[in-house]
Design a binder for this molecule. Sequence first.
Ligand SMILES: NC(=O)c1ccc[n+]([C@@H]2O[C@H](COP(=O)([O-])OP(=O)(O)OC[C@H]3O[C@@H](n4cnc5c(N)ncnc54)[C@H](OP(=O)(O)O)[C@@H]3O)[C@@H](O)[C@H]2O)c1
Length: 257
Amino acid sequence: MGAYGLRGRTALVTGGSRGIGRAIARRLGRDGATVAVGYARDEAAADEVVAGIRADGGRAFALRAELGRHGDAAALWKAFDAGIGAHASDGGVDVIVNNAGIGRGSGLESLTEEEFDEVFAVNVRAPFFVVRHGLERLRDGGRIINISSGAARLAMPELIAYGATKGALDTFTLNLAKQLGPRGITVNSVAPGIVDTDVNAGWLRGNAEAEAYAASVAALGRVGQPEDIADIVAFLASDDARWVTGRVIDATGGAGL
Ligand SMILES: NC(=O)c1ccc[n+]([C@@H]2O[C@H](COP(=O)([O-])OP(=O)(O)OC[C@H]3O[C@@H](n4cnc5c(N)ncnc54)[C@H](OP(=O)(O)O)[C@@H]3O)[C@@H](O)[C@H]2O)c1
């Protein structure tokens, strides 16, 4: 793992308090960015991420913004403006990582209308409006990175609505890349497979059979770790990735090959 020079840049990571988002926030912080660590409820976890970035010599602040409700994105940016003020910044942002997301593990027969609305509100509507309201702050040459899922391309009927949210997010990536390209802004999706985070803890951690199954899904033969995803995001956030846009970067370790 190298270190990309993001000093002087600002990054927003939604869902930065735990799991994949935490690893992304830590990595971008190590690379020199000032990181806004978004979270919904777990303030202690967000504070821990901020403390970790500061201990590494970086700059960060926690940003409480529960997504999935009307007005969520406007509230998020209001909190961003308040937090970034203390960092002698002009209020701009260079990297937006739409990572916060929820899964709904029910299929066609059992998913309720309420669950359907909730998963689309958090996974699709929120990133859409986070970008819409963030555009005036996003500097030319910036980055938008949407955390998608292998479930958008691999059929998993028990995750049908969740997979559809990530398919929608990928289409959003495609169109935004076209629209924002003239400003030198790249927009990409990163699509993880099974990653060892809290969302999978219940069925995966400490269950040898489940771990063996999850490892067998990836050609590389192990369960994904949050850092596997964060390192790809760090590349996309860097100047080195300036010529990649509108793409879904597979981060499944080779699932479904
Ligand atoms: N884990 C996997 O196997 C996997 C695979 C493919 C794709 N993904 C995608 O990767 C992303 C991160 O997943 P993860 O496994 O790291 O999740 P996680 O461990 O459950 O962490 C979720 C993070 O998102 C935040 N969050 C959840 N609901 C939110 C809401 N309504 N508003 C604002 N923030 C919210 C949480 O904040 P609090 O700490 O405050 O709750 C937490 O920081 C998601 O988009 C997910 O779909 C995950």
